[in-house]
Design a protein. Sequence first.
Length: 428
Amino acid sequence: MTARDAALRALLRGGDSTGDLDAELKVAKLAPRDAAFATELAYGTLKMQRALAWSVQTALRRPLESLDPPLRWVLLLGAYQLLYLDRVPAHGAVDESVKLARAHGHAGTAGLANAALRKIAVERLKPPRPSAGDPASALGIYASLPDWIAAHFIARFGFNDALRAAEGLNGAPRRAVRLSAGQGPPPGAIPGRYGVPETAIVDSLTDAARAYTVQSEESQLAVQLLDPQPGETILDICAGRGVKTGMINGRLGGRGRIVSVDDDESKLAVLRRDGARLTGNVVVRADARLALPSSVPDGADRALVDAPCSGLGVLGRRADARWRKRPEDPARFSPVQRAILASAAAKVKRGGTLLYATCSTHEKEDEETVEAFLIANREWRAIPIDLARGTTAGAGSEIRMRGPYLQIVPGIDGADGFFYARLERRPA
């Protein structure tokens, strides 16, 4: 099985991009370089499939959707190599795609693939870059996004930044690792953009992942804004596998207590395993939408709520994510977020603080959720977030203030899209 065949077989499975590809690579037993190429082909074609479908359709005399699935994916795979992978020779992309079409079809399908892909190779058929005033569908086709996500980005960020975000989500995200106490940065790493001392930006995670904790820069910023201090009791609500728990532990320096809460036992198992070395860490399995159990102490100094969300800010992290989201997702998550925020806040002392974070860009999950909480809980107030002192000279283009809250626009300069609200429970 070749790299292209493995990629095609993964796409034909039609499910989870990572799981499908892993299954095919296990069967194919490709060399590392070929496995990397198969991964790039499968993920890139899946991510860019709407733009690719536009390109392929311009080279066909019949509707693309009328073709059998193997031939459709062969054409999209071939078009991806021709239009988005400069290092793949055009003749190789066409010839190998024709071989795939014949192997998964017959001489007729091979002939169709040959004609269509040769036309694409000559005419370089790509969707036009949209302009302000064009319908959202123009951005959706160009950047290979569902129309509703394209429309949301335009409404949320304005056309110019929506275009930058959409283009950025189709590129590589910024790669970051977290430095532990006493660790120097990896060779060639540079500091992060938000003034987080633990952050190091790297070109590749291949070697860095072995010695450092991989954690996005925006995820690390959440702990920076939480600002845990030695000797405090910190709640990490919706802790997952405990990546932020580990960073909080480093900030406490062995003095203080962390209580990590999640309802997913498989994630907590990872936290318990990897967090066995953490000082003063307590792991609690609980549904944070409900009143938290007595094993979560009252009077915490600070709480981090990394709320479950639609994930619209991290679409670039998974090739299939944009196609799995639904327009109703933000409204579906909002009541869950409000319930979690309320239960976490009940455990924070007077004068204590709470950092609410999502990896969503949608107002229903972000400032609307926080404002609804503040209206219902008058003893809480928002504390304005100011990053000016910590950011580097190159930062800022992806930063947006929503009143006292902070939002990072996804995609711009490789950023993940996060929202942060810092809240304080008024002293008695």
